[in-house]
Design a protein around this ligand. Structure first.
Ligand SMILES: CC(C)(COP(=O)(O)OP(=O)(O)OC[C@H]1O[C@@H](n2cnc3c(N)ncnc32)[C@H](O)[C@@H]1OP(=O)(O)O)[C@@H](O)C(=O)NCCC(=O)NCCS
Length: 331
């Protein structure tokens, strides 16, 4: 902290939603500018949780004003850091814009790490702070024993893409729109597609069908990442077994942006053009909704996928970090 004003870090559950409203509005503006993401639905959900006083986390208080917050959610013995955000220079004469915010965010994160790492029931902490540029909080994460993984936020402008894609698919396969009863088969496909994959290090949900189903419920049912678009989302089915062999899922994250929340192909069907086909089917679906760009995130070391996206016209516009801490079991 550069300012002379002292800051207090308090349990987030002391604060009702109205006290955090200016902070959430400023954060919404940052999401809009940096990622073209409409943060209002997430902010509304946050406010409900805040009013329910059920969100574990911390708030930074300066001169009676909440200037920063961070929170996590628990999934069994894992804690997922949901967000950290602090206002840049909220008070007059508070130094250079941007700098104090990062300091406050790091202080909040350190408090949260200390709480979680001293909670015996927590054996793993995951974090993907999409809004924050890679390296922004590396000091805090690395200092607390986290491993970090660079992730790319890539965008494809849809201007210049017209009409429906040519569906060129082997006769033993069928392409169709997502159906609600695809959830369980999709969970099986995701856990198979991510076996020994870098993303399974970052998100342990990918390591089992049960975990993948949890991921899917969050995306499809609870709008965990924008509003799910069933018309954009597609599956490829093997006619003989009726099993899913590939899928793409899309959500609407703002009036102008669609987001691919998942794409995967079963290992024995890779390199036959299914990934490329599903991306173009999803892009056509978004185009029909009047969206002007599609985004997705990918781990930098997932070179095959990065290669596919670049070939399809996606460009990296932002790099952020995923971070993981795993408790070492003694004995
Ligand atoms: C990434 C993935 C979806 C690609 O699916 P796919 O059906 O194999 O992709 P395609 O056959 O359409 O490949 C299209 C292009 O992508 C690139 N590509 C895909 N796989 C590649 C590989 N193993 N090596 C090199 N380039 C590759 C190539 O440019 C390829 O074009 P080409 O075959 O004409 O050379 C698939 O590998 C997968 O499911 N991976 C595991 C899950 C995953 O990583 N999902 C993405 C998370 S962000």
């Amino acid at each position: 902290m550069k300012s002379g004003v002292s800051m207090e870090i308090l349990d987030l559950r002391h604060f009702a939603a109205p006290l955090l409203r200016p902070l959430l509005e400023a954060e919404g503006e940052a999401w809009r500018q940096r990622l073209h993401w409409d943060y209002r639905t997430s902010a509304k959900l946050m406010m409900q949780y805040l009013d329910g006083r059920m969100l574990p986390g911390y708030a930074a208080l300066e001169a009676g004003q909440v200037t920063g917050y961070c929170f996590c959610v628990y999934e069994e013995t894992k804690a997922v850091i949901g967000d950290v955000f602090a206002l840049a220079s909220p008070l007059p004469g508070d130094g250079e814009a941007g700098e104090p915010a990062r300091d406050v965010e790091e202080t909040l994160l350190r408090h949260l790490f200390e709480t979680l790492q001293n909670s015996p029931h927590v054996d793993r902490i995951e974090s993907q702070l999409l809004l924050h540029p890679s390296g922004a909080h590396s000091g805090a994460f690395r200092g607390a024993g986290f491993d970090e993984y660079r992730r790319l936020f890539m965008v494809q402008p849809l201007a210049g893409i017209w009409g429906e894609p040519r569906i060129d698919i082997p006769p033993e396969l069928e392409l169709r729109a997502w159906r609600d009863d695809d959830l369980t088969a999709a969970g099986r496909l995701i856990s198979e597609a991510y076996t020994n994959h870098p993303d399974s290090l970052i998100n342990d949900q990918y390591r089992s069908t049960h975990g993948s189903l949890r991921f899917l419920h969050n995306i499809v049912r609870y709008s965990g990442c924008g509003t799910f678009s069933p018309n954009v989302s597609h599956v490829v089915v093997e006619r003989a077994t009726r099993e899913l062999v590939a899928l793409v899922l899309g959500s609407r994250v703002s009036a102008e942006s669609g987001h691919i929340t998942q794409i995967c192909v079963r290992p024995n069907y890779r390199r036959r053009g299914l990934g490329r086909l599903l991306l173009s089917v999803a892009a056509a679906g978004f185009l029909r909704q009047g969206v002007s760009e599609v985004s997705l995130t990918v781990t930098e070391s997932n070179e095959n996928a990065v290669e596919l996206y670049r070939a399809e016209g996606y460009e990296c516009v932002h790099v952020f970090d995923a971070a993981v801490w795993q408790r070492e079991l003694i004995g």
